[in-house]
Design a protein around this ligand. Structure first.
Ligand SMILES: [Zn+2]
Length: 152
């Protein structure tokens, strides 16, 4: 029998780790533990980096950091693609109308429906706004823009 240098509990001679306090009892075990801790630290750093960073939306993979990709159903993918098409389409059309006042709500609406914008709403609110809310915003801005274009 030997005793753990850290906690003095008696250990099997073959023991690589102390059963009481977990202290490594051999050089190999110490190295192994060290590597394990470093791997864990890297993992944690990578995870927190992925969650905290990338909020500028420039990378274009919206939402997939909050929702694992495998949980995105076909319908959600389709919705997301639709939002991009509608958003960019609206902005492009609105830009051609720019001297007119109605173009500006259209641009805002187009921006609001882009999926990265929805992801940004998660930062102050804790979780992203519902798609329906963003679509509603788009509808309000679009109607406002069209109304202004027609009336003015
Ligand atoms: Zn111990």
């Amino acid at each position: 029998m030997k005793t753990c240098p850290r906690c003095d509990s008696s250990l099997d001679d073959e023991a690589r780790y102390c059963v009481e306090c977990g202290a490594p009892q051999t050089e190999d075990a110490a190295e192994e533990l060290d590597e394990y801790v470093q791997r864990q630290a890297q993992q944690v750093a990578a995870d927190s980096g992925a969650e905290g960073g990338g909020s500028d939306g420039s990378d274009g993979d919206d939402g997939s950091r909050f929702i694992p990709t495998e949980e995105l159903t076909d319908r959600e993918q389709l919705w997301r693609r639709g939002c991009y098409v509608l958003g960019y389409g609206t902005i492009v059309v609105a830009l051609t109308l720019v001297p007119q006042v109605g173009a500006f709500p259209l641009i805002l609406g187009g921006i609001a429906i882009l999926p990265p914008i929805r992801r940004l709403t998660a930062e102050p609110l804790g979780s992203p706004l519902k798609r329906e809310v963003m679509a509603g915003l788009y509808a309000v801005f679009a109607l406002l823009g069209v109304a202004l274009l027609v009336l003015l």
